[in-house]
Design a protein around this ligand. Structure first.
Ligand SMILES: Nc1nc2c(ncn2[C@@H]2O[C@H](COP(=O)(O)OP(=O)(O)O)[C@@H](O)[C@H]2O)c(=O)[nH]1
Ligand SMILES: Nc1ncnc2c1ncn2[C@@H]1O[C@H](COP(=O)(O)OP(=O)(O)O)[C@@H](O)[C@H]1O
Length: 220
């Protein structure tokens, strides 16, 4: 895997605040898409990293908004060209994060939201340890997880059962995340992610512009 130095993620050193990479992961059906959607409406300075996938489009999904739906050949070519920040196989389909929009968002002073699995999270963390904030979303119970997967009504019973079977595996990675949210009530979960975002944005190391500010204050 090509190593991506931090400097290439943040080419613009003049930005006042250093953008962060907010990762949401969860077993399928726990609610990360729902939480992300509301969060993006509420947070103007947050932009979604739209992944590329070889999975089939679900009813209602829009190419370029929910995912870039590509063929296996197109996906592999993107990987070959080094266009992916990270990529992984999940539920027999390939998923990956196109690098360029992420770099562009960060250098424009935006925070970037990622809906990616634990494999992708590990890859991004290895490349941009100081910029990543990891949030893992748990369902209140396995029964509720299954209910939500059926309630979404977009996958066959076979696909739902496959996702239930993989849930324990995905959840085994929960301790690799910085924050854990049990998604019982959507509004509360969104408020919790907003609290995380707000605190992480206030961290000293994400505010390089403060150096000059404090220097001026001290000279007064
Ligand atoms: N590593 C990686 N995982 C992704 C990416 N995009 C989506 N995923 C993960 O792939 C899994 C399946 O996503 P999807 O097919 O949309 O199903 P859903 O999560 O049940 O809505 C989820 O765990 C996503 O977080 C990506 O670009 N990279
Ligand atoms: N807190 C919640 N309470 C009840 N239903 C929820 C909650 N969060 C999400 N859902 C529902 O559960 C289903 C799966 O949510 P989704 O956001 O698609 O999950 P994911 O993206 O993690 O696979 C959707 O039908 C969604 O409306």
């Amino acid at each position: 895997m090509k190593k991506l130095p931090n400097t290439s993620i943040h080419p613009n050193t003049s930005i006042h605040r250093r953008g962060l990479m907010l990762v949401l992961s969860s077993p399928s059906g726990a609610g990360k898409t729902t939480i992300s959607r509301i969060l993006l409406e509420k947070e103007q300075d947050l932009t979604l990293s739209v992944s590329a996938t070889t999975r089939k489009k679900r009813p209602g999904e829009v190419h370029g908004k929910d995912y870039f739906f590509v063929s296996v050949k197109e996906f592999d070519e993107m990987v070959e060209r080094g266009d992916m920040l990270e990529y992984a196989t999940v539920f027999d389909n390939k998923y990956g994060t196109p690098r360029e929009p992420v770099e562009e968002g960060l250098s424009n002073g935006k925070d970037v939201l990622f809906d990616i699995d634990w494999q992708g999270t590990q890859q991004v963390a290895a490349r941009a340890a100081n910029d990543i904030v990891r949030v893992f979303i748990l369902p209140p119970s396995l029964q509720e997880l299954e209910r939500r997967l059926y309630a979404r009504a977009q996958d066959s019973a076979e696909v739902v059962q496959g996702r239930m079977a993989k849930a324990a595996d995905e959840m085994s990675h929960w301790a690799e995340y910085d924050y854990i949210i049990i998604n019982k009530n959507v509004e509360k979960s969104v408020a919790d992610v907003q609290a995380i975002l707000r605190s992480e944005r206030l961290k000293r190391e994400r505010r390089p512009g403060l150096d000059d500010f404090v220097r001026d204050l001290r000279q007064a």
